[in-house]
Design a protein around this ligand. Structure first.
Ligand code: ADP
Length: 267
């Protein structure tokens, strides 16, 4: 078939082709930059616990093994390092799946009160080690049904409470509350009276690998991925996440959830 396109159309098409290619290259460049940065961050995060484990094991092999108390202490520390590595790898797996949209939500109806109580049970030991009291108002003794992916919402609540313990004051409190927002939505708040966050850093909290300098973050361990995971999960539900924090006073992280509409008329 002969090509009879006129000069103007041809020029237009060539231009369009060039623009498309340029855009494609730009996208690839951004992706490549993202990948490089991601890998850089990952190896940085893995290095600290890996060197720590290696350090304790080498010292043990160099002779420390012969002392019974030191042996136990170092093995426990090495185990802690491995535990931390496992958490980091689990978080990495989660964030990469969330970022490439591979993680599908399994939406069901569930009781948010029970979910919060579950998380409290799981974290009670961790909190008591820092003398932190976990509080959840007893008025929530009846179920409050919401719609969402139960496992992922549990991860959200877990990450927020873990942070409130990590960055919380020794002998402080973490309080969880539920409040009606509208007919359809409720809001879950996790409030602590811990170190708080300097205003200028608040906007960056949800970036992956971001940690506030000079906060307890470096000593507390973690991957810097907790809040990035929280944000992804909440946004995948089309819900909102908020943070309100005052340095030296405490922080409040809150998120919305869809309520199950009660079909029966309220008396
Ligand atoms: P990390 O693994 O470092 O805890 P996150 O993504 O969960 O990573 O949190 C990012 C940073 O936000 C933390 O390193 C810490 O500096 C700050 N942060 C998070 N939660 C709190 C909180 N409840 N109080 C004070 N700072 C917090």
């Amino acid at each position: 078939q002969p090509i009879t396109t006129d000069m103007a159309t041809l020029t237009r098409e060539v231009k369009k082709f060039a623009t498309d290619k340029k855009l494609e290259i730009e996208t690839l460049k951004v992706r490549e930059e993202y990948r490089r940065e991601f890998l850089g961050n990952v190896s940085h995060e893995l290095k600290t616990p890996l060197f720590m484990v290696q350090g304790y094991l080498s010292t043990l092999l160099d002779g420390a093994m012969n002392d019974k108390t030191i042996r136990k202490k170092y093995l426990e520390r090495a185990e802690k390092g491995v535990e931390r590595l496992i958490y980091i790898v689990q978080d990495l797996d989660m964030i990469s799946k969330l970022e490439i949209g591979e993680l599908n939500l399994e939406i069901t109806q569930f009781d948010i009160v029970k979910l919060i109580q579950n998380v409290f049970d799981l974290l009670e030991m961790k909190a008591s080690k820092k003398d932190i009291i976990l509080m959840f108002d007893m008025k929530y003794s009846i179920p409050i049904m919401v719609i969402g992916d139960q496992e992922k919402i549990q991860q959200v609540v877990m990450n927020l409470i873990v942070n409130s313990i990590k960055y919380g004051e020794k002998k402080g409190t973490t309080e969880v509350s539920i409040e009606d927002l509208t007919e359809e939505k409720l809001i879950v708040r996790v409030t602590d009276n811990g170190e708080g966050i300097v205003k200028k850093n608040i906007s960056r909290l949800f970036e992956r690998f971001y940690r506030v300098d000079k906060s307890g973050a470096r000593t507390e361990g973690g991957s810097g991925l907790g809040l990035a995971i929280v944000k992804h999960i909440i946004e995948a539900h089309d819900e909102k996440i908020y943070v309100d924090s005052t340095y030296g006073v405490g922080s409040e992280f809150s998120f919305t959830l869809q309520k199950v509409k009660n079909k029966k008329k309220q008396l």
